[in-house]
Design a protein around this ligand. Sequence first.
Ligand code: MIC
Ligand code: SF4
Length: 615
Amino acid sequence: MAYTDHIAGQILAAHLKEGELIPGTEVGIDIDQTLTQDATGTLVYLEFMSLGIDCVKTSLSVSYVDHNTLQTGYENADDHLFLQSTAARYGLYFSRPGNGICHQVHLERFGVPGQTLLGSDSHTPTAGGLGMLAMGAGGMDVALAMSGVPFYMKVPRVTLVRLTGGMPPWVGAKDVILYLLKKLSVKGGLGKIIEYGGPALKSLSVPDRATITNMGAELGAWTSLFPSDEVTRQFLIAQGREDIWTPINAREGALYDDIIKIDLSTLEPLVACPPSPDAVKPVRELSHIKVNQVAIGSCTNSSYHDLKLVADLLRNRKVHPEVSLVISPGSRQVLSMLARDGSLADMIDSGARILEVACGPCIGMGQAPSSGGVSVRTFNRNFTGRSGTPDAKIYLAGPQAAVAAALTGRLVHPGELGAQQKVVHPKRFLIDDSMIICPPKHPDKITIRMGPNIKPLPELEPMPDSLRLKLLLKVKDNITTDDILPGGAKVLPMRSNLPAISEFVFASKAPGFAEKAKIAGHVAILGGKNYGQGSSREHAALAPRYLGVMVVLAQSFARLHHANLINFGVLPLVIKYEDYGQIEQGDILEIMGLRKTVAKNDELVVDSPIRDQFR
Ligand code: MIC
Ligand code: SF4
């Protein structure tokens, strides 16, 4: 059986530019579409400009504004203008602030089954819900893809998740992915594509599928994929885009590296406990937990279907007096439809606080919980500090359990709300693309608008052949990019200003890191397993590099961060478990003959003048 029998293999084969489809080997693939969002996008377009290309070479590229929408100073507003002008200048579509979260809008308006999508955001795999091979990447890789260069990746192994049975009441798509996270952990998808199949597929709508592929990012997988079938076709008809539908299915007898079977009828409502998306427990075991805040939205659970369900559950009920319920719809299409069918009024009447159509609290753009507060969120990440409150406890749940928490003030089984209503999928979504600006006829006449917040890319010194490094920080397993470089309303506006943002490197895990690094000269960091999990933000590689971090040693790296480290000249070195125990914070490390060894892909010797030798 060939690699090209499953869906992943079929799409990869159709886009293969270089190499052979043998798992573990490197191939170059053609990218049809790209997406960027504002928090990573400013750097992407600075990088694209430095390539000297006149116009994007992809069949479609979209620049979204959805993260940095809180305008407490001029910075974010200036960045929006820069992004709007670069989109026009280089032939991209521009989705204006207020139009929605990139992944939700892309699914609604742009995704194409069977095509490839590369996005400067780790949740780009959301479009896998449409049968699109969609992957997150560092901004530099996206800039190169926009200039027509293939995307280089190691051919992934492919896991099949075979779905059977029907979901019991109060169970939803979020519980499917939470179940998988519990089973596989945040490292379980490394080096893999997760493909879905089985007879229960037809009971999962495209938004349901997109919830699952979205949070597949938390498994560490390259991406997740659903077939393109009749369900996909119906969704595209309702979006007025049936002309781009093509069927894609795994061939009879396709062979997978492994198969996981899930009988949906055995699932129950689940919740991920702080501080990791894989710390999953049944909600019924958590009913002793009192809740202060509930946040509904994010690219995981903010479709029309999810929010209609929320509104139906809130109708004629009131939010618990000790809970603040905030709702951020995923797109303008969703919000406008909720407004028209009365759902928005049901939400408002219940006491919900309606937020802007954007990422919002998911990336700490406002709505930080109270000190030590408990927040139940329909989002995909609950890393420490990401909410903006370092000691808040964040639980991740589906919309049903989130509403139950908002109404009762506790983490309870949503069955406590009575019988579950059924939400009917719309035959036709409201289509109005007026907040998407098309590329102009004469892009060469566009002037790029660079406010004072946009600083040019720094010149970095080339990697020397030998290095003497101070190991400034030793950390444990699963260090996130939020630990390395936090998000939030205070730090995110500085994404286009490297000197300013670098002051926040490891700000909460190791206060004073930036200061110490600046005086230490060349610096190394030691991590455990899965170093750099989470976001695609290349700032988490570039800002430490700017401070002098030349080498990161770890037992293993998350894929996106590993690529970003290489792109910005930081050497990611994989070390053995035994060596991790022997290296201590404060050690001096020496590496000789670096260039030749790296070029030959050989083992590097790291010496410690005071301690033993590490390999
Ligand atoms: C996230 O969810 O962490 C983000 C913010 O969307 C990031 C991108 C970024 O850091 O700008 C991601 O997931 O890649
Ligand atoms: Fe935005 Fe949150 Fe989705 Fe990241 S995970 S794209 S911050 S909604």
